[in-house]
Design a protein around this ligand. Sequence first.
Ligand SMILES: Cc1cc2nc3c(=O)[nH]c(=O)nc-3n(C[C@H](O)[C@H](O)[C@H](O)COP(=O)(O)OP(=O)(O)OC[C@H]3O[C@@H](n4cnc5c(N)ncnc54)[C@H](O)[C@@H]3O)c2cc1C
Ligand code: SF4
Ligand code: SF4
Ligand code: FES
Length: 644
Amino acid sequence: MKQIVKIITKKDFSSFVNSLINDKTYDVVGVVEKGKRYVFDTLSSAKELQLDYDVTILPPKKYFLPQTESLLTFSLEKPFDGKETLDDTPRIIIGVHPYDIIALEQTDRHYLDQQQDNFYKKRRENTIIIGVDIKNVSDQSFAASMETNVTDSGFDLLLTDIGINYAVTIGSEKGTRLLEKYATAENASNSDLKKIITVRNAVAKKYKQKVNIDKKDWSSLLVANYNHAIWEEHSDVCMECSSCTMVCPTCFCYDVKDNVSLNLKEGTRVRTWDGCMLKEFTKVGSGEVFREEVKERYRHRFFRKGNYLPERYGFVACVGCGRCGSACLPDIADPCNLINELGHFNSEENTGKYFIKEETEVLERGIIHVPRSATIKKIIPFNEIDTLFEIELDDKKPLGHKPGQFVEVSIFGYGEAPFGISTPPGNSPVFEIMVRQVGNVTKRLCLLQPGDKVGIRGPLGNGFDVKTFEGKTLLFTSGGTGMVPMRSLINHILDPKQRPKFKDIIILYGAKRPKEITFMNDVDRWKKVSNVQCELTVDRCEPSECWDGCTGLITTLFPKIKADKIDSKNTIAVVIGPPVMYKFVIKCLQTLGVPDNNIYVSLERRMKCGVGKCGHCQMNGVYVCKEGPVFNYGKLKQLPEAFE
Ligand SMILES: Cc1cc2nc3c(=O)[nH]c(=O)nc-3n(C[C@H](O)[C@H](O)[C@H](O)COP(=O)(O)OP(=O)(O)OC[C@H]3O[C@@H](n4cnc5c(N)ncnc54)[C@H](O)[C@@H]3O)c2cc1C
Ligand code: SF4
Ligand code: SF4
Ligand code: FES
């Protein structure tokens, strides 16, 4: 579509900016000098604007996803009082370069998909972007190679310096209105339009950095080199500072935590930038860190940009601004250098896939990160670390979950944590979770009393598609807290209305010690149901503990399966347990002849948002919280990070 272009003198543009500032309707932000560098900051006068800058220290993403932002405020004096804090400041950002505009469009794809992030959305709606064509190229930038040095979308107005005038390309109705209200601009002539092209072509020649590999080929180049020594060689000098992710306009992972005010009466749930280069990013309750080595985190960052997001959204998530290259002291973060270096190697053949496309309906109700009020009805301690909670949603609406889904449970002042739902689906607002005390939220939860309030988000994740299990023998293997979602599944299947749809059922359950066996009442009940074989084991047993059952790892239970029960091709196996368990159990299942496509697993990863936004649970290109936690092993086994 042909865009309308207006012409405004530079003097009139300054008056336009001053009028915007004086109007006080908007927070008017622009590029200003900071020492020898440039930053986006609030303007007090048009004189401060530096539209011939090369690059800013931080991209304008800080106005849409601030370094720290309040998601909700809460009172600690009232039973449940959380209010979302949507920032609706109208803002105008002046001087955004095309690569940063394109980075924002990429962020939109992630934050404004089917589960929209209201906080981000509100800021996007309330912000007017006045872009500017690049005049001076940063030494580190390779935007021309990424085709992000110019753009014809994503702005409301876009300036091009064509001498004594600015050419102003109109990008939206909002841009037209702003220009009409605060300035007088004439239509551009053909010679003005030619000047825009001349200026852009001249600037495109100024780039010192060039990527030699076309961006559409980054993905296959990375895949071919997944196991290359380069990841280790480069990351050897990595300081794990995560500066590369912080300055990047296309890095948008975050953390969420509760800050309590000094008077201990109220607090704020805040979202802060987080980075996949940090070790804690993937650490879970069992102590497991899913990308333990620096080289794995270093590689993840490049794969996220060049393979995972391209597979998901169709774009390379690097716009070539060069900020990471400038920010990295050991000089190993720049994708231009890395991709060029990889391009020199005769890549080994590696056909691995690092993304599996799963169509999942995102089921979160209400606003992202804002929980619903619920009341603890019953608390049943199983042992000193595991406690069962019966919870009722205060709106009395059914939770509406499938077996295998989870909820995020909030305690204001302490935070939020994900827990599997242990009750079968139904029409009740009451459901159960089992909590193992490992840290802040879980320990606090276990100090609550019946009648106390918690926040609930969910149900989240995909859950099991139980219909596909019909007519099959079912073999359930669970370890530790894996029994929580497994109990939901088993009790659903053993429901008299459901039971006739399935053949024999074998349940294998392992706990570390006898006292860590949970849901013993259910286990006793299951043992009495005909055509159900239920076997238990514990890893170890102290002399003081009473246990006359099997001792040994969960795999020791497999020889106990009655041979006549297993028609391997017609058996569906479900495995849920600690990460270390999967490899061994899957080997046993394969020995029994169960096809990989008949095996389902539910995975635990570090989770914060639960809806595919914050990046914590990412496993190669897959968001476990959204595309999982339930996966078909046949599909999942190709993802290197799933079981390594
Ligand atoms: C899908 C899913 C289902 C789960 N189901 C259950 C369950 O049924 N019962 C149960 O007891 N636990 C379950 N967990 C684990 C539980 O979420 C963590 O133990 C809990 O988040 C720890 O929070 P905390 O504040 O007590 O610990 P923290 O004080 O925050 O930290 C203690 C340890 O837990 C890790 N951790 C912190 N937050 C998370 C998180 N959001 N996800 C994973 N690990 C985290 C930290 O890295 C640290 O190693 C589940 C986790 C997931 C992802
Ligand atoms: S690659 Fe560079 S910037 Fe990134 S974490 Fe390592 S040292 Fe820091
Ligand atoms: S990876 Fe580096 S060059 Fe690419 S967009 Fe991010 S900061 Fe800019
Ligand atoms: S992306 Fe946030 S928990 Fe999965």
